[in-house]
Design a binder for this molecule. Structure first.
Ligand code: SAM
Length: 362
């Protein structure tokens, strides 16, 4: 087995052995605070660790090749298990679910999961690379999906094909966006990860293309998630530069957040033709208002995107533990949370063995 795979398995084993779930009686009261007074509001659910893209900043081909040890089918949480965990999180105050991965539309019958989750009093969104939206948008909407976020890293084919590294053209992602629009999954957010000297020339064309469309482009700083994307601070283009470049071409003005803890900072075109957002996890950390928790493909809870360890809820589910026990475990995990990785990031922390984004969910 290659050293690379042993390293990745090591990372997973670390997560497995960290499955210490305290046995305290913590009932669900609809408001659960961590050690920094942050409530849990937003549950991100990864439904697969597989993807049909090999984006250079997320699942580089050199690591995610044919020998990569993806999770086996039996290791994945079933839809019943996901629904049960989501229900217990909602009782603790979660009001938004985001389905992600990997590429979530690769998970067979994903619309059946959406249908189950849509019975809960929450908003349900999904992040996708858009490739399967032409076939699936209508069924997702009918199942109860509220909105989609589509990732697209450039408007020109050369750059986009280089970023996704599977030779996928821009036009087919645009077809996916159109299909989502036609199905009523609105407003659509379009995520562009910005890597300096790789796709930063695509910022202004991207903003120009979607201006007036009703869709909201969000420019994301390249982050040091996982351990395989070779992250370097030099490759991060600060969001302030993104705004300055767009503003020089199409005047912008800042607008307030839609709700407390919103990840993106919002800006609108001064001529009233729409808005854009920037997500500045590296240069302007927003840990102090982070209300997000992540459920990995195999049922571990991660209280930070940059975590090195998770808490194994699947073990509790499959051991036949009661809802009260699992509710209590979730409460104990969140109450012990003190994460603020982006506030303490250094070159040293960036080199830690963190969980891959494709596994923990974007
Ligand atoms: N496959 C889906 C997609 O393409 O949107 C969902 C999973 S993907 C991991 C979720 C989001 O994370 C995407 O918008 C992707 O661009 C973003 N992402 C992945 N790696 C990133 C990194 N290193 N820095 C910033 N954003 C990243």
């Amino acid at each position: 087995m290659s050293e690379k795979i042993i390293h990745l398995l090591d990372t997973r084993t670390a997560a497995r052995t960290a499955a210490v779930v305290p046995d305290l009686a913590i009932p669900a009261t609809g408001r659960l605070d961590d050690t920094r007074g942050r409530a849990v509001r937003d549950l991100r659910i990864s439904v697969t660790d597989r993807c049909n893209f090999r984006c250079v900043y997320c699942m580089p081909k050199s690591v995610f090749d044919k020998d990569y040890p993806y999770l086996a089918r039996a290791e994945l949480l079933s839809f019943e298990e996901i629904e049960r965990i989501a229900t217990l999180f909602v009782a603790h105050g979660v009001n938004k679910l985001r389905i992600t991965g990997g590429e979530p539309l690769l998970r067979k019958n994903i619309e059946q999961l959406i249908e189950r989750l849509a019975r809960l009093p929450v908003e349900i969104t999904l992040t996708t690379n858009g490739t399967l939206l032409p076939q699936k948008a209508r069924a997702l909407r009918d199942a109860g999906l509220t909105r989609v976020t589509v990732s697209l890293d450039a408007m020109d084919d050369d750059t986009f094909r280089r970023m996704n590294d599977v030779d996928f053209p821009v036009s087919q992602v645009l077809e996916g966006i159109d299909a989502a629009h036609a199905a009523g999954l609105m407003p659509i957010k379009v995520n562009m990860v910005v890597k300096r000297d790789t796709n930063d020339h695509a910022i202004v064309p991207m903003a120009r293309h979607f201006k007036g469309s009703g869709h909201i482009v969000r420019f994301i700083e390249f982050m040091d998630v996982g351990s395989s994307n070779g992250w370097k601070m030099d490759e991060v283009l600060p969001s302030a530069d993104v705004i300055a470049r767009i503003h020089a071409d199409m005047p912008l003005e800042p607008i307030g957040a839609n709700y407390p803890g919103e990840v993106a900072q919002r800006w609108r075109h001064v001529d009233g033709s729409g808005e854009i957002g920037v997500i500045s996890s590296v240069t302007q950390a927003f840990c102090s208002s982070c209300t997000r928790v992540r459920l990995s493909t195999e049922g571990k809870i991660y209280t930070c995107l940059f975590a090195t360890e998770g808490h194994d809820l699947r073990a509790l589910l499959r051991a036949g533990r009661s809802d009260a026990d699992i509710t209590s475990a979730i409460g104990a995990i969140w109450q012990a949370r003190g994460d603020r990785y982006s506030e303490i990031r250094t070159a040293d922390t960036a080199a830690r063995r963190k969980i891959e984004m494709s596994y923990i969910g974007g």
